[in-house]
Design a protein around this ligand. Sequence first.
Ligand code: PLP
Length: 395
Amino acid sequence: MTADIIDKADKVIAKTYKRFPIVITRGKGCTLWDNDGHSYTDFVAGIAVCNLGHSHPKVTKALSSQADTLLHVSNLYYTIPQVELASWLIENSFADRVFFCNSGAEANEAAIKLARKYHNDNGDFSRNKIIAMEKSFHGRTMATLSATGQDKIRHGFEPLLEGFDFVEFNNIKALQNKIGASTCAVLIEPIQGEGGIRCPDPEYLKTVRQVCNDAGVLLIFDEIQTGMGRTGALFAYEHFGIEPDIMTLAKALANGLPIGAMLAKEHVAKAFGPGAHASTFGGTPIITAASLEVVKTLFEEKIIDHCKKISAYFMEKLYWLKNRHECIQDVRGLGLLLGIKLKTDGGPVVTKCMEKGFLINCIQENILRFIPPLIISKDEIDSLITCLDEILMAS
Ligand SMILES: *Cc1c(COP(=O)(O)O)cnc(C)c1O
């Protein structure tokens, strides 16, 4: 019984999440089913994770056939899926080397450590400060929350780690004023996700790259949310005509299996030698075999092209909605990382959507975020728009 499961969960699971009172048991494509047989069209995708939709047959097949062969042996030995996945990522990005781990926070931890080690190896021992952005999100471990520019995430965990400075996103002057001889790296999300789907001004990231070059500072892109096709390009940096020195990935990299990756250029990556960093599970065969199938499928099934096309359609519909409803302040985002900012609390809208069979997400109290699987169809978008139109009309 659903009520019993929820009762039990509330007694035994840490209270770190405020969950919606449904128990999800099954998924296929962009549809999820709960324990009571209700279906939902999924515009959350496990928080920008399940880009290929749920239960994709190719991923299931890769997973089960690898499960039949080899799950795990550690990084004391070479394994084939890990090599193949790293090669694919390098072939399709700016990077020369990949370090695998298990989550976004861990990928950012690796990036922070690598940036410090790089300057250390170059004899620049005082270059150890990281400049991050206000309203950023980089994870929940001690280092990554110290790098996160949101008080609500940091509060209660003091003392935070030293060596993080913050400047306003989209403000070049602020960055120029802060950057200096003690700066090691600039850590930035090309589009701020959790912070409110905040897009960079047209020339901003290009200028950030230039400022970093001039100051001898590494540029780290956290593409954990924006990467793997989410914005209509494989990586968001491709939109801006620049490349970072280090990039972190996680979320959609294996369509729902836990994986993180830190990618870097050779001259930076070489600062990580044997023993400098490690992860028992990082790049383990069972996960990398699935991930390899996920990334190949992204290309084979032209998922990113679809994302780009359907994004234009979705945007148009969101603007149509904005024209009809005074309570919508703006429409924002890129690709299928989209949102509308409301002048009122978004929580009740999310609940009403769920009751009508649509899962959406609200961030920063009043921004409705739409991050569906990249295979979402026009019909599914039309149904959501009709649902939102009715809800906003009644409120
Ligand atoms: C989700 C996210 C993280 C943290 O990833 P976890 O896998 O939850 O540790 C870090 N950075 C960005 C931009 C994210 O969206």
